[in-house]
Design a binder for this molecule. Sequence first.
Ligand code: ATP
Ligand code: MG
Length: 605
Amino acid sequence: MSTSTPVHPLPAAAPEAAKPSNFLRQIIDSDLAKGTYAQRRWGGSPGDAAHHAAGQPDPAKIRTRFPPEPNGYLHIGHAKSICINFGLARDYQGVCHLRFDDTNPEKEDTEYVNSIKDSVQWLGFGWDNGGESNLYQASDYFDFMYRAAETLIDAGHAYVDEQTVEQIRINRGDFGKPGVDSPFRSRTPADNLARFREMRDGRHEDGAMVLRAKIDMASPNINLRDPAIYRIRRATHHHTGDTWCIYPMYTYAHPIEDALEQITHSFCTLEFEDQRPFYDWLLERLTEGGLLTAPPPRQYEFARLNLTYVITSKRKLAQLVYDHKVSGWDDPRMPTIVGLRRRGYTAQSLQTFAERIGVTKSDSWIDYSTLEGCLREDLELKAHRGMAVLNPVKLVLTNWDDVMGAGHLEPCTLPALPHVPEGTEPPAPRQFTIGKEVWIEREDYEEVPPKGYKRLFPGNKVRLKGGYVIECTGATKDADGNITEVLATVVPDTKSGTPGSDSVKVKAAITWVGVADGVAAEVRMYDRLFLDAQPDAGGKDFIESLNPNSLKVVTAIVEPSLANAQPDEKFQFERHGYFVADRVDHAAGKPVFNLAVGLKDSWGK
Ligand code: ATP
Ligand code: MG
């Protein structure tokens, strides 16, 4: 832990309109009004009571933290938690720490550490506050946690238990039955200390004994029946290596991490509600012992995000990756932040989503269409338009050479954005050409039109969007009766944007791409990954509800402006939906697009 005490200018509060209140904001408002944490000092880095006492009054009005375990990639549920913790800190002139909760040596990895940092930043948040980097890792606190454990032992608040795992389990009792004291519960502090040091020094086998907090074996809250706080585990930690063969339990480590970092409001999901009494018990013991500063942080719980058709468990998502059900953590069907990003989701759309769903104290399911709506809303105003033909058939304008000149290519143009906010320079319009042959969607021709059909059928006129009015004359077929080419004639002097464009009335305009300048592109048409709206609810095997048609790859023809896309650039393919140039596979000369979201809500239809 460094002891520097940098000056700490704070980011100004967001200039946006006032956000709707919620119960977390009310808690903060009340603490600020009462001055609950007004006397806090900040030592410039995490540390014990003495360290912070030597620091300055904390310039951060509140401190929150986002504490992921680096054992996988972050998902949409974490995005909610990130937006809450970083968002509240921003709004209240506080700071939010990014803390890797890496107290579990076996499953953690630096690959995950890097991806988590990347995801938080991509979402629009950071941990650098006025020259101070509030990026921490729990494993840096192992020394302190060990010292705190010895303090608890000294004060008679912890003991080494040598019962077997099975005995401990049985003697813990259950909801209707109080626990039974361990025969080791009454050992003297001196004996416990000696034993605990033996544990640390590697003198006992894994699992041979644990250190337990000494609280109340009859407590109605089973979490207070002498919870284990340290265990022996010979495992190499990705950060501390083989320094330790004992590791703190999560429930012991987490409150200490919060306290060392001077967190004021520790927000977590509801499953930790039953742990709160232990959180408070532990921090009270350690503050009365003078080890940690008072007042201690407080924990508050909110409902986790449940999203229909989506799994939000790192472990289950890992299973999809390792069983090759998806192409990787960043597969565009994954609800990971890297997956959503590759799918075409913007950071803004995820922030909007987090705000829209709000924070509550009871669990509920959010409809997937809510998330999609947020993306559409963002892209509607930003994504440049373009035409792409996803299921192409050739249309031949049989009179083109006669009326327009043999081989003539007529330049056309359409706006990149239909609506530009006032005072904003519109982007350069798209340029493309029309000639004798163009690609159209196969579904835009019907030999025998169904009732109400307004597109191409023999004798009907339509406009090629941004081009000319054409009149359909029929189609050619192969030996099996499949349409090979649609035939039409061009109506001269009807080009869009010219005075003659209104001379012929048509009921439909269809999208198209010129054969001369259209570019073949791989388009990945994604659908929901699961068929079941709650794929893993009630212990169901989510693998069984995988959608076999969640990915369909088509070769489309796209207009030149789309072929020149930069990786990650988003577009509205007119009439089809929003697409993104794949950030991994898209390249100049080899365009690859992902379907991000359709134009309107088509779920369940
Ligand atoms: P997972 O079960 O996917 O591993 P986790 O809760 O174990 O999730 P952590 O890395 O420990 O993952 O979580 C970091 C933070 O993100 C925690 O504060 C946790 O409460 C929060 N979080 C995790 N999942 C969700 C969710 N679905 N909705 C809201 N917050 C979540
Ligand atoms: Mg976890």
